[in-house]
Design a protein around this ligand. Structure first.
Ligand code: FAD
Length: 404
């Protein structure tokens, strides 16, 4: 490639990074810029489907897409390596195995789990971080079932699955577990009544900040299928065999402990000296890092302020993809010496799955959906993303069509 062309480096092939790269290929002629995409793996995965991998309700291969299947390697230089640090002074990205200079940089490295310093959580809980950690969670759950009947005095607590955090991820995960547990019981000859699925949330209610009717629906639906909720229940400590919860230090025992209670932006932001608010960079309206002419920060690494409401937009896949559109347009504007645009969020609604056939959420102008219609909408949203990324072929290969 011609080294005189400005080099745009995109870090992270998640929703924001993949869509930015796609849009750059559409917005720029090949001679205008060299585009480089750096990612830890040679595949992109659907972060929004990870809870299904963790519960074993989806084949992990359906969740990942080879990057070179949807991004043309003749047009974009693909580097599969781990980012260690951004050296802003020298305009260089330090990778585990090499270095890379940039003229323009897009940081879209996603989230890391935040344990808020809860004692023992880092050491004893599983995290829904990526495909590998989720495969590990499911293998561990299945191992607990496989082991149970081989023990002389089987311990029922070993079958319990304890989920810390009743936010979006925690609730979607227990929704998948209620589907999977009966299957595992059948497979390993375990009585369903012996298996507890427990969700622990510190706030007065699960899904804090969500519409109350929708939350009530989710709770009823999951409780009726055997989920136990502990609300207003602050986790004091995570131990090898469970949580210590609340002021009276109640011990809740389980063979599988998963923490879904918080995320922060990639630690590369800290390593690289960016100023952080609650683990992320509060970006300018045009999505650049404050004071940085040539660095954009997108997706779960960024807080993008909703100026009207004086608080950030929720960090979601939906907004990460919209960041990508603005970022790609602004990179083009910078190359063409044109004014940059400000990010405007187009809220298409939010739907949470509660297993394969159930869900709840709002769409477009706030219309509430429950049950099968919500579950169908969730699949439409998932398939729409595949369509945007790789057209109808990718929808057919990786889409969700499982009938109810
Ligand atoms: P990601 O999509 O997480 O991508 C980050 C990429 O960076 C990954 O490919 C990763 O491998 C790569 N990477 C990370 N570190 C490095 C490194 N050091 N070097 C190289 N590469 C690296 N949002 C919704 O809108 N709707 C939903 O229904 C929804 N459900 C969710 C369910 C779950 C279980 C979870 C965990 C999240 C959910 N979200 C949902 C939130 C949504 O997934 C995130 O907001 C979105 O993934 C953010 O996109 P991103 O591009 O910033 O990061």
């Amino acid at each position: 490639m011609n080294s005189k062309k400005p080099r745009i480096v995109v870090l992270g092939a998640g929703y924001a990074g993949m869509m930015t790269t796609k849009r750059l290929c559409q917005n720029l002629a090949p001679e205008e810029a060299e585009i480089v995409l750096v990612n830890k793996h040679n595949y992109h995965y659907q972060t929004t489907w990870l809870h299904e991998v963790a519960a074993g309700t989806i084949n992990p291969n359906q969740v990942r897409i080879m990057i070179s299947d949807v991004i043309n390697p003749n047009r974009v230089r693909l580097i599969y390596d781990t980012v260690a640090k951004v050296n802003k002074e020298d305009q260089v990205v330090e990778l585990e195995n090499s270095e890379l200079s940039y003229d323009y940089l897009v940081i879209s490295l996603g989230f890391e789990t935040n344990t808020f310093g809860i004692k023992g959580m880092e050491d004893h809980a599983f995290f829904i971080n990526d495909i590998d950690t989720c495969r590990e969670i499911y293998s561990h759950i299945e191992y607990q079932f496989a082991k149970y009947n081989t023990q002389e005095n089987p311990d029922d607590d070993s079958l319990a699955i304890l989920v810390g955090g009743g936010g979006f991820t925690g609730i979607e995960f227990v929704g998948e577990l209620v589907e999977k547990v009966p299957e595992l019981c059948k497979k390993y000859d375990v009585d369903r009544s012996k298996v507890r699925i427990i969700n622990v949330e510190a706030a007065p209610s699960i899904m804090p900040g969500f519409d109350k009717d929708l939350v009530a629906y989710a709770k009823d639906s999951l409780q009726s299928r055997g989920v136990e909720f502990m609300e207003n229940a602050k986790i004091q400590e995570c131990t090898e065999d469970g949580f210590v919860v609340g002021d009276d230090h109640e011990k809740v025992k389980a063979g599988t402990v998963v923490w879904t209670g918080g995320v922060k932006g990639s630690s590369i932001l800290t390593e690289s000296g960016f100023e952080l608010t609650k683990g992320k960079v509060t970006v300018d309206g045009d999505l650049r890092a404050p004071g940085e002419e040539n660095i954009f920060i997108l997706g779960d690494c960024a807080w993008v302020m909703n100026k009207e409401e004086g608080r950030p937009y929720p960090p979601t896949a939906q907004s990460a993809m919209q960041h990508a559109d603005t970022c790609a347009a602004n990179l083009r504007a910078l190359l063409h010496n044109e004014p940059l645009e400000s990010f405007v969020f187009d809220d298409k609604g939010t739907v949470a799955s509660l297993g394969v056939t159930d869900g709840m959420g709002t769409v477009f102008s706030g219309t509430k959906l429950y049950g099968k219609s919500a579950a169908t909408m969730k699949k439409v949203v998932d398939n729409r993303y595949l369509f945007l990324l790789g057209g109808p072929k990718l929808v057919l290969r990786k889409g969700k069509f499982r009938p109810f």
